[in-house]
Design a protein around this ligand. Structure first.
Ligand code: ATP
Length: 239
């Protein structure tokens, strides 16, 4: 599905990624963990076209997406729910969600039934359903983060990149975010997940990669990483 080989990217002269290779097979959840500054967000941005990668290969369903502009990559069926809360504050929750479907309508992908997708998103995110007519800017921070995630779901994508969906959320909302990720997984949605809660990410993922200083240091089935002594010591609060 999504295949990344020897990806290099950075900011100006500063190189952050030094040849990152990641495979996300169809229907699987793959997680990318690592300490602050390891380059997780940079990896996600370079995949989705928010940042121009400098070298490597990226294919989605066998088609090259390396270096394409982000809106073209979205049309190919890749949704990126970025770190932070990117919503349109003066629009309602429902309108924010409808805008999530927009790239699909302008692309070559099937139109599908956007209204049905909206209902599905509301079912997945009951908190948003109750607030569908409310201005997005008046939602709590956590609710705005869920709205950003729901908008990615509205693209009805082949794959979703989720960058720290639980960041800054109260524990009860963190549980809800992971419940939603599990549900999406059950529905067969392919996901690449970056998470600060490595244990929770490995619990939901099939496979994991550990990024250290812009390089993949360890990779393996999530079950295996959960018990890998080095991973436990560095990322799972063991020692
Ligand atoms: P975190 O969990 O803290 O978000 P991360 O693994 O996602 O960490 P990145 O955000 O990818 O890390 O950052 C990797 C490196 O790139 C860091 O050293 C960071 O300072 C640098 N960096 C990130 N964004 C920019 C930018 N816009 N301009 C310059 N340097 C940047």
């Amino acid at each position: 599905m999504l295949s990344i080989k020897n990806l290099e990217a950075g900011y100006g002269k500063v190189k952050v990624l030094h040849g990152v290779s990641i495979e996300v097979p169809k229907g699987r959840v793959v997680t990318l963990i690592g300490s602050n500054g390891a380059g997780k967000t940079t990896t996600m941005k370079a995949i989705s076209g928010m940042l121009a990668p400098s070298a490597g290969e990226i294919t989605l369903g066998g088609k090259n997406i390396f270096g394409l502009e982000s809106h073209r990559i979205a049309r190919q069926g890749l949704a990126h729910s970025p770190e932070g809360r990117r919503v349109f504050p003066t629009l309602s929750v429902a309108d924010n969600l409808l805008l999530g479907a927009f790239p699909r309508l302008t692309g070559s992908r099937a139109r599908g039934d956007v209204q049905n997708d909206l209902e599905r998103a509301m079912d997945l995110f009951p908190r948003l359903k109750e607030r569908r007519q409310q201005q997005a800017g008046t939602l709590s921070g956590g609710e705005q983060q869920m709205l950003a995630m729901a908008r990615a779901v509205m693209l009805n994508p082949d794959i979703i990149l989720l960058d720290e969906p639980s960041m800054g959320l109260a524990p009860i909302l963190v549980d809800e975010v992971f419940r939603i990720i599990r549900r999406l997984k059950e529905e067969g949605v392919t996901m690449l997940l970056v998470e600060q809660f490595a244990a929770a990410a490995l619990a939901v993922a099939d496979y994991g990669y550990v990024l250290e200083n812009g390089r993949i240091a360890v990779q393996g089935p999530a079950e295996q990483l959960k018990t890998d002594p080095a991973v436990v010591a560095a990322y799972l609060g063991g020692g």
